[in-house]
Design a binder for this molecule. Sequence first.
Ligand code: PGA
Length: 247
Amino acid sequence: MKKQLIAGNWKMNGSLQSNAALVAALAAGAGSAQCLVAVCVPAPYLAQVQLLVAGTRIDLGAQDVSQHESGAFTGEMSAGMLREFATRYCLVGHSERRQYHGETDALVATKAQRALAAGITPIVCVGETLAERDAGRTEEVVKRQLAAVIHTNGHCISEIVVAYEPVWAIGTGKTASPEEAQQVHAVLRAQLQAATAHADRVHILYGGSMNAANAAQLLSQPDIDGGLVGGASLKPADFLSIIAAAR
Ligand code: PGA
């Protein structure tokens, strides 16, 4: 069975000083972890955190990548640049990017393709808003978001990580129940199975107010292969408890 993956999403938080303290605490506590561990850090800190995680169990991740390879795209970061800092993972299509930066399904799919081409595993985020859930559209929305990535990436699709993050659960303290989350994960797994013979290899993470208290139950569901953790990933004790609950 594959190891679960617990990835922290620091979002726009941190400083040189606090990053050093956080990673030192995680590295000390994660030595005996059963699962894979990653931290997705703000771009200016990639070089710093690359050094901090070297020789530890922790892999480095970024939070976004350009859909372009290089050129006149002021402010953007290419997958090749991220790779130079030993970036192993990159979030793409986080709901905050979709919501505040107008990222479309097609754009997210191209970003995933750029990451894969550079040898970086894209963590493709999908999830419905509260209005979509209330309208009974959860499955339709997540399937549409994942379909774009499958369409663009073809047989490479078994190389991605998927993160199901119900938008209404992000940073709100509201979590999908383990059963609600498992139901959506099963839908995503079936969609991957229709696209690749290696769908079982794909990690499907749950994200949205995962914390020390609810992680074990979520992580015991058959199609939940790990977590994408925002707020709790900034608190070493909480993040380490989630890591300890993973297998
Ligand atoms: P949260 O964020 O754990 O703070 O809800 C998760 C995410 O947005 O990746």
